[in-house]
Structure formats: structure tokens, C-alpha cells
Design a protein around this ligand. Structure first.
Ligand SMILES: Cc1ncc(C[n+]2csc(CCOP(=O)(O)OP(=O)(O)O)c2C)c(N)n1
Length: 357
């Protein structure tokens, strides 16, 4: 029996929109605060490799993943820390991966965001843009062949990623097969440093859906209430047999492509425009205005998140990193990485289980 790796403290049927909103807000807060912590650790040299954050995209990311159910498939990308936690990934998974703990899902061999738990529907990310959509299609085909219905696959992609051949092939396949696929395009105005005007020939990204014969939904990605409403409708439509859905969320990345990138190519006027609003601030204002929480509640959630983050980081920092003298540095596809090994492999035991097929 494989131990469940995901824990969905924020999921489940919410009794009201207000409750759903609060859950999403708390996920956003957690994601932003952990991202800030990672950024600090990166700058002080504690994180090796890349550090890819989702600042400014939390509302859009959390809204989609929060509405998924057990049995659904979720394929997050680099900006989806919020979506990951909404889907049930633990902070410890993230901390262990970034800090290179051998007890993490990547056993300390991958420095950032390729972690996942595929058995539970959280797909480890492939960096090649567009590739994950075909993987989700495959998982949806498998479920269909097993006779499972009512499941949905949610794949995340950036505006730049929609220009890849892989995106086109996968969208076409999903449409022809009427797969219950929802693709959330986060249009953060740039593909790395290339602005929309230099990457897209179409006037409106949502127009791409016409060519695939699928429905497009558009939303202000800085507005959590709108994101929850629109993603709920799209996910429900796919779940009810309406075929693939494309959602285009308009927002701005409030950070570089990675922490190595100062994002100096983002014009200050764009940051001051509606697209540059901070979704966390917008959501907090909404929450307080509607009376769904008091400032003291938000403070308490912030304190709780701080404690969870400090605990996760401290735990991961205490744990051993891979030891080049006891590990052989062969490819990552070693037997002990298979999810059939439910318990983390203690470093001392690693050598024994590294016998590759
Ligand atoms: C197929 C492929 N081509 C190129 C890259 C290199 N690359 C990594 S991120 C990136 C830009 C992605 O832009 P977008 O999808 O808009 O995401 P953003 O970083 O702006 O959030 C590129 C070109 C890649 N990962 N995969």
C-alpha cells in the first residue's frame, strides 16, 4: 500500500463562495510567503540551481487547482506554487527539493520544480514547454479506458508555451478525442523577456481556441473572485462531457523568469496598469470589504503560515544532502525512485537499492 503523499487541507466541497475564497486566499498567502523565503535563501546562496517563483500568479493558479477533486490530474508549471499547495502538495516537498534533501521526492537530485506524485495525479513537470499537455491527455485516455468518468485533467501553460508545436499537437488531439482537459494559459505578458507583441500573431490569445474547436474562457487573473468563478465553470463543463476548455488569465509576473532574472524589461507603466495589480492585495481587500474575514484573521493566517514555512525549511535543512561518495550519479530513473517505495529511503540504504534494472 502506497502512503498518500498529498494532503488536501484546503480542498473539499466548500459550503459557500466565501469559504472557497478564504481557502484560496490562504493558499495564496502560503505560496507567496514560501516564495519570498525561497528568494531569500537563493540570494544567500543556500539554494543551488534555479529558483522559479509564481509571484503575481497566485490567484489564477490557486483557483484552478483548488477546484480539482481526488482522481483528477494536475500538471503545474513553474509559476504554480499556489496551485501545488491547493492540490495538496506539502511545503516539506518543496523545501526538501529546493534545499536538496535526500528525503525529498527528488532525493536531492533536482534543484527546483520537477517534483510530483503521479500516482495521486500531481504530475512532475517536464521543462519542455507544451509537453505536459500530452502527458495529461495520456492520463485522461487511461482513465477513459478503465471506464472512469467525471475526471478532469488540468494543465498549466504560459503565453510563450502556447507557441510550441507540442501545445498545438496536444490541443488538437484533446479536441478530436473530446478529452476532459482544461488548459489554463497564464498570460503574464512575456515569454521570459519577449513581450506578447513579439510572440503572438493573433490579436487575442483566446482566439487560438477557435482553431482547435474548443471553448475559451477569459478572466482577469489578478481577481481571485473572477478566477474562482471562471475556472469553476470551465472545469465543470469539462467534467460534464463538454470536451476541452481553454482559460486565458491576464496578469503580470511580479518577478523575473527565475530569481536570476531582474525582469528589468518589464516597463514600470505596465506594473502600474490594471494587469499589474497584486492579486494577493486585491484578494485581501475583497475579503475584508465583504466581511468574510477581519484583519486579525489575516494576521493569524500569516503567523500560521510563517510557522509552517519555518518548520518545513528547518526540517529540510537538518536533513542530509546526497553524498557523492556513497551515491552513484547515474540517471534519475533508479528503482528506488519509483513510487512503489512508499517510505523515504534513508541515505545509508540508498546504495543497496540503486541496482538499476
Ligand atoms: C520547448 C521549449 N522551448 C524553449 C524553452 C526555454 N524556455 C524556458 S521558459 C521560456 C519562456 C516561457 O514563457 P512563458 O510560457 O510565457 O512563461 P513565463 O516564463 O513568462 O512565465 C522558454 C522559451 C523550453 N523550456 N521549452
Amino acid at each position: 500500500m502506497v502512503k498518500a503523499a498529498l494532503n488536501r487541507p484546503f480542498a473539499g466541497e466548500a459550503q459557500s463562495f466565501a469559504e472557497l475564497f478564504v481557502r484560496a486566499f490562504r493558499v495564496m498567502l502560503l505560496a507567496r510567503m514560501l516564495d519570498d523565503k525561497f528568494a531569500g535563501l537563493y540570494r544567500t546562496g543556500k539554494i543551488y540551481g534555479g529558483c522559479f517563483l509564481g509571484r503575481g500568479q497566485e490567484a489564477y493558479s490557486a483557483a484552478g487547482a483548488l477546484l480539482l477533486r481526488p482522481g483528477d490530474v494536475y500538471a503545474p508549471l513553474v509559476r504554480d506554487a499556489a496551485g501545488r499547495y491547493a492540490f495538496g502538495e506539502s511545503l516539506l516537498d518543496a523545501a526538501r527539493t529546493y534545499l536538496g534533501s535526500t528525503l525529498g521526492p527528488m532525493r536531492g537530485r533536482d534543484g527546483n520544480i520537477h517534483r510530483g506524485h503521479p500516482r495521486e495525479g500531481l504530475l512532475p513537470m517536464i521543462s519542455h514547454l507544451g509537453a505536459m499537455i500530452s502527458v495529461v491527455n495520456g492520463m485522461l485516455f487511461a482513465r477513459r479506458m478503465k471506464g472512469q468518468s467525471g475526471v478532469v485533467g488540468l494543465a498549466s501553460i504560459g503565453d510563450g508555451g502556447t507557441s510550441t508545436g507540442a501545445f498545438h499537437e496536444a490541443m488538437n488531439q484533446a479536441s478530436v478525442e473530446r478529452l476532459p482537459l482544461v488548459v489554463m494559459i497564464a498570460n503574464n505578458q512575456f515569454a521570459y523577456s519577449t513581450p506578447n507583441t513579439r510572440e503572438l500573431g493573433c490579436h487575442d490569445l483566446a482566439d487560438k481556441a477557435i482553431g482547435y474547436g474548443v471553448r475559451a474562457h477569459k478572466v482577469d487573473g489578478t481577481d481571485l473572485a473572477a478566477c474562482l468563478t471562471v475556472t469553476a465553470a470551465a472545469i465543470q463543463e469539462a467534467r460534464d462531457g463538454g470536451g476541452p476548455q481553454i482559460i486565458v488569465g491576464t496578469l503580470l509576473r511580479m518577478c523575473g523568469h527565475g530569481e536570476h532574472d531582474d525582469a528589468s524589461y518589464i516597463d514600470p507603466s505596465l506594473k502600474q496598469s490594471p494587469v499589474g495589480r497584486d492579486c494577493l492585495k486585491v484578494a485581501e481587500d475583497h475579503l475584508l470589504r465583504e466581511g468574510w474575514a477581519k484583519p486579525a484573521d489575516v494576521e493569524a493566517w500569516r503567523r500560521e503560515a510563517t510557522q509552517q514555512i519555518e518548520e518545513a525549511i528547518a526540517t529540510a535543512q537538518r536533513e542530509p544532502a546526497p553524498d557523492p561518495f556513497t551515491h552513484d550519479w547515474c540517471a534519475i530513473a533508479a528503482r528506488h525512485l519509483l513510487e512503489t517505495h512508499s517510505d523515504p529511503v534513508a541515505p545509508a540504504d540508498v546504495r543497496g537499492v540503486l541496482d538499476l534494472p
